[in-house]
Design a protein around this ligand. Structure first.
Ligand code: TYD
Length: 214
């Protein structure tokens, strides 16, 4: 089973992805936890280019292809083999981030992005996508008070982050069976419990389906 976490910056995804991966492992599942961009040696080098605030002149197409390059490497090296072994992969951001940020945020053509994403991901789609939804003002405030500080994309104007959030909500509405929207303004423990409820229910349904093992 392939689970992805999505949402605007500062929605607490990274904390929740870690908690969920630990929880699933404690239940005895074989869990692979990944974050994007990065997650492989090559992907982490691509990530450094993408996150560097000095790269103000990075072209939107080059940016998008770098996200796709990191993702293709992660799929080839980690996620695809893990899913083939019957494990659960939990990914902090995935292809929907490219649709939300480079498509809705930057305005790149969604049709072209979908073709490239299909190629980069080996056609593998998440079984479940959890969107931690937060108002961008609140998200960015959280981000500024984080120790890690702002990356190159956080530094975009608020209108960009508004488009990203609206993009996520549109994507979720298009595929309501795959997406679940979770209010990320709630306290972390409440958000985690909600995630556990949704994932738990989905796992039960998944293992009940013929031919599925995880
Ligand atoms: P990161 O520090 O991992 O932020 P977060 O904790 O919010 O995931 O930085 C990832 C940034 O890259 C984030 O601003 C979203 C952006 N991004 C894209 O623009 N396109 C993508 O395809 C991906 C995976 C991320």
């Amino acid at each position: 089973m392939f689970i992805t976490l999505e949402g605007p910056d500062g929605s607490g995804k990274t904390t929740q992805a870690r908690r969920i991966a630990n929880w699933l492992a404690s239940l005895g599942h074989d869990v692979l936890a990944m974050r994007e961009p990065g997650g492989t040696e090559i992907g982490d080098r691509v990530r450094a280019i993408l996150m560097d605030r000095a790269n103000t002149h990075l072209d939107p197409r080059a940016e998008m292809l770098l996200f796709c390059a990191s993702r293709a490497q992660m799929m080839a090296e980690k996620v695809r083999p893990h899913l083939a072994r019957g494990g659960i992969a939990v990914c902090d951001r995935f292809a929907d981030s490219t649709l939300a940020y480079q498509g809705y945020g930057r305005g790149l053509d969604l049709g072209i992005l979908r073709v490239l994403l299909d190629f980069a991901t080996f056609g593998i789609k998440p079984d479940l996508t959890l969107c931690l939804d937060i108002d961008p003002h609140t998200g960015l405030q959280r981000r500024v008070s984080d120790r890690g500080g702002m990356n190159r994309l956080d530094a975009e104007p608020i209108a960009f982050h508004e488009r990203v959030r609206a993009g996520y909500l549109t994507l979720a509405a298009e595929e309501p069976r795959r997406w679940v929207i979770i209010d990320a303004s709630a306290p972390p423990d409440v958000v985690e419990q909600r995630l556990r409820d949704v994932i738990g229910a989905r796992l039960r349904a998944h293992s009940a389906a013929p031919g599925k093992s995880a």
